[in-house]
Design a protein around this ligand. Structure first.
Ligand code: ADP
Length: 541
């Protein structure tokens, strides 16, 4: 028997409308790309988003059309999120840190009709434009006085484009399964693949992420700062969560260095911020070098790659709760909540729980499958590949049948490629990506655990463990590390340090020091690059 309840579609525009009506005075503060700090309210956001929606329609953007953004975290990017989705079109947040060839590939693959770009990216687009024959026009996210001279065909000024349009709109209501956003993976393990989000998945994901936030801290008028870029999985849902909860939204623009982040967090009294480990490490290094403390920040979300225990500990020692979550572009991304369970808050080994990648959120289902395809028990020991499903998990890749065939099962699960274990309390431990595992003499070595142990050494800033072919063991770990500036620590010292921290078999066969670690477009260590660089080197038996 069907329930007799209203079938009201979950629309992204309803989040904006909610924020306009109930949190109209709340602020969005952005470090603008032009330089100065810009501040306005949710009421202003709603008015300008309406203007943008009218302007998009005037440009001929139809429901279902893809509109690309190449933009940092600023208020104009938030306007694009809501306006493009609001009229039933699809906001394709292009990651500008991808290789230019990959950017051209995904703009063409997505069939983007218009590209909205920050000033920073005008030279990049000028070079790429000849390879983008189906783009009908470029809109530069700036005002008339800062509009650059450009060779871009059909370049328009954003403020001029929206300026004369009406500031109100009746947002259309349509099928909640309609696409609203498109985000390609950052290509850490191969070519970028597109996750095509819907209004329904986005609203549900924001609800669950918001509930996780509210469960820890009941005040709904906090201050949130997604440092994670808006071109990386919708900044983990923050531009939706903040509006739902009425929190002040602080946007860092393009400045991700420790000094700039510190200054913005302190001046705007940010309480909760989110970013990948490399960003937090930069902030920590700045604070340590300059003897600074954070006075407003209460909690930080970290995810995207493994957060080293030493870093988590350093922030916890400063009274900041580190919420270590797990997610992927394909999962919207938030799937776990990294808050430690009440019963583990006061135990002596609390850090063991704090460093895991959280516990599964309501709405996501997880199973862990071994190499034989058997589901393994939640005993904290048995490992396997994590499969997930849920209302905000992709059901296929956008226009990519080969990748879809490879990563989705016949019975409706998404194969994440992450090797994990779950314990009886539901804590998730990520051991590796299946492509990063090191297989030595029939045993698996977790590169994440090895790296974590290595960055525990005070002289090591970043470390990556990769598999190198070995005549006897098939593969052995090579540790690639970046030393603290001025440090002369050598391989023997690092190996001696690791001796009692990991199994003997896991000890790297060698340690190579480099000046700078290669990173992917989202700030993760690019093991693909390291493998290419060192694959030729066969470690001696
Ligand atoms: P890409 O696959 O291109 O790196 P994503 O940002 O979608 O793009 O990456 C998702 C992957 O990031 C996951 O499959 C997992 O391997 C890794 N990851 C995410 N969160 C964590 C975490 N907390 N600890 C370790 N790895 C993580």
């Amino acid at each position: 028997m069907r329930g007799l309840m209203m079938d009201v579609p979950l629309m992204i525009s309803s989040i904006l409308e909610h924020a306009r009506r109930f949190f109209g005075d709340q602020e969005i503060v952005s470090r603008s790309v032009e330089g100065p700090i810009h501040r306005y309210t949710y009421r202003d956001l709603a008015a300008r988003t309406a203007q943008l929606a009218h302007a998009l329609r005037a440009l001929g953007v139809e429901p279902g059309d893809r509109v690309a953004t190449l933009a940092w975290n600023t208020y104009r990017h938030v306007e694009l999120y809501y306006a493009v989705a609001g009229i039933g079109s699809v906001c394709h947040t292009v990651n500008p840190r991808l290789h230019p060839g990959q950017i051209a590939y995904i703009v063409n693959h997505a069939d983007d009709g218009y590209v909205f770009a920050d000033l920073t990216f005008v030279p990049l687009l000028e070079a790429l434009a000849p390879q983008l024959p189906r783009v009908r026009g470029y809109v530069i996210l700036t005002g008339e006085t800062t509009m650059p001279q450009t060779t871009l065909p059909d370049a328009m000024c954003y403020e001029t484009l929206i300026g004369a349009q009406p500031t109100t709109i009746d947002w259309p209501v349509f099928d909640e399964h309609t696409a609203c956003g498109l985000c390609y993976t950052s290509g850490t393990t191969g070519d970028p693949k597109g996750a095509l989000y819907s209004h329904r998945s986005t609203v549900l994901h924001a609800m669950t992420a918001g509930i996780a936030e509210a469960a820890r801290r009941t005040e709904s008028t906090g201050c949130m700062m997604p440092i994670v870029p808006m071109f990386h999985v919708n900044a983990w849902g923050y531009p939706y969560v903040a509006l739902m909860m009425g929190a002040k939204l602080v946007l860092a623009g393009s400045a991700h260095d420790g000094a700039s982040l510190y200054e913005l967090i302190e001046t705007e009294r940010v309480q909760n911020a989110a970013g990948v480990p490399t960003v937090w490490q930069g902030l920590l290094d700045f604070m340590t070098a300059n003897g600074k403390e954070l006075s407003s920040l209460r909690s930080m979300r970290v995810g995207g790659s493994a957060a080293p225990r030493a870093m988590i500990q350093a922030f916890e020692d400063r009274g900041i709760e580190v919420i270590h979550g797990w997610g992927m572009t394909e999962t919207s991304p938030v799937c776990t909540n990294g808050s430690v369970a009440r019963k583990h808050r006061d135990v002596p080994n609390r850090m063991d729980y704090q460093t895991r990648a959280g516990r599964c959120l309501y709405g996501v289902q997880m199973r862990v499958v071994d190499e034989e395809g058997q589901v393994v028990p939640d005993d904290g020991v048995s490992q396997g590949e994590l499969h997930v499903r849920g209302p905000w998990v992709a059901s296929a890749y956008f226009e990519n049948e080969t990748a879809t065939q490879a990563q989705f099962t016949g019975d409706g699960w998404f194969k994440t490629g992450d090797i994990i274990s779950l314990d009886a309390d539901g804590y998730l431990t990520i051991h590796d990506r299946s492509k990063d595992l090191i297989k030595s003499g029939g045993e698996w070595i977790s590169s994440i655990d090895l790296e974590n142990a290595a960055v525990g050494h005070p002289e090591i800033v970043e470390a990556a463990a990769i598999a190198i072919p070995h005549p006897r063991w098939s593969e052995r770990p090579l540790l690639v590390a970046v030393r603290r500036p001025g440090s002369t620590v050598d391989a023997a010292e690092i190996l001696a340090y690791l001796q009692d921290k990991i199994a003997k078999l896991w000890l790297p066969d060698d340690v190579v020091f480099i000046d700078e670690m290669p990173h992917t477009a989202t700030g993760k260590i690019s093991k693909k690059t390291l493998r290419e660089r060192y694959a030729a080197g066969v470690l001696s038996g």
